[in-house]
Design a binder for this molecule. Structure first.
Ligand code: B1M
Length: 208
């Protein structure tokens, strides 16, 4: 079983085959990192490029997402290894107007795996809900995800709302179009372009 077979199965929108290939790759002792980055995540880049080229459309992107998610579920226990002691609370969500949740789910799994209590608010979350939930759960960090350039301004609105509410909860941002420069521009407390980086960032902020 090769990692390329996982990628091909996602691109072929074949959910059952993805499950089969991911399980086989784990049994064959491929690294979880390789399965994730060179199989599942890379496949979504291929699908994205096909969408940009007009070769596939929204329904296919959705099917690819479902196929990817089923692979991710198999990896979940391997990503969530170190969750015995709770180290703090993180509220996470995809910002208002944005329905992309695969990256956010992956970030969630890794933060949980690092031992944090995670409150996942899902997708299309407005700034007021982030503030309300951060308050009610006593969150240490709010983690915002956005995949569309058009929804990035919602990150700025959320960061502002957190500050206006007088919370000392830190706010961090990420997602494909988001950059470190943008994070600084909107006054966020940190940025990561990947899931393990988000965990490191949270650890640093909690230690500061
Ligand atoms: Co959408 N889509 N989509 N889509 N989609 C993109 C993002 C796009 C780049 C495709 C393209 O044109 N090539 C493009 C955005 C262009 C732009 O604005 N820059 C796009 C578009 C245009 C759209 C629609 C507008 C299409 C339409 O309707 N005409 C529409 C918008 C709907 C909406 O949200 N309102 C739309 C819809 C969809 C689906 C619903 C069909 C589906 C999402 C299903 C789902 O998520 N459940 C979908 C998909 C699947 C994609 C692509 C193909 C894959 C996204 C993905 O899951 N990647 C995507 C193309 C691409 O990204 N290559 C595309 C895998 C995932 C693991 O990576 O989410 O980047 P990612 O997460 C990474 C990092 O970014 C980071 O960690 C993760 C792991 O490393 N990260 C964080 C993420 N969040 C973080 C938060 C952090 C830290 C790190 O906090 C600190």
């Amino acid at each position: 079983m090769a990692i390329a077979d996982i990628l091909e199965a996602v691109v072929a929108l074949n959910k059952n085959k993805v499950v089969e290939e991911v399980e086989a790759s784990i049994n064959d002792k491929h690294s979880i990192d390789d399965i994730l980055n060179n199989g599942l995540i890379k496949a979504m880049d291929v699908v994205g490029a096909k969408f940009s080229a007009g070769e596939v459309f929204v329904p296919e992107m959705l099917m690819a997402a479902k196929a990817m998610q089923s692979g991710l579920e198999i990896l979940r226990p391997h990503l969530a290894a170190d969750s015995m002691t709770e180290k703090g609370t993180v509220v996470i969500g995809t910002v208002k107007g944005d329905l992309h949740d695969i990256g956010k789910n992956l970030v969630t799994m890794m933060i949980e795996g690092a031992g944090f209590n995670v409150v996942d608010l899902g997708v299309d979350v407005d700034p007021e809900t982030f503030v309300e939930k951060a308050q009610s759960h006593g969150a240490d960090v709010i983690c915002l995800s956005a995949l569309l350039t058009t929804t990035m301004p919602m990150m700025a609105r959320t960061v502002d709302a957190v500050k206006e509410a007088g919370l000392n909860t830190r706010t961090i941002v990420g997602g494909a179009p988001v950059t470190d420069a943008y994070a600084k521009q909107i006054g966020a407390d940190g940025f990561s372009d990947n899931a393990p980086g988000a965990v490191e960032l949270i650890r640093k902020l909690m230690a500061a």
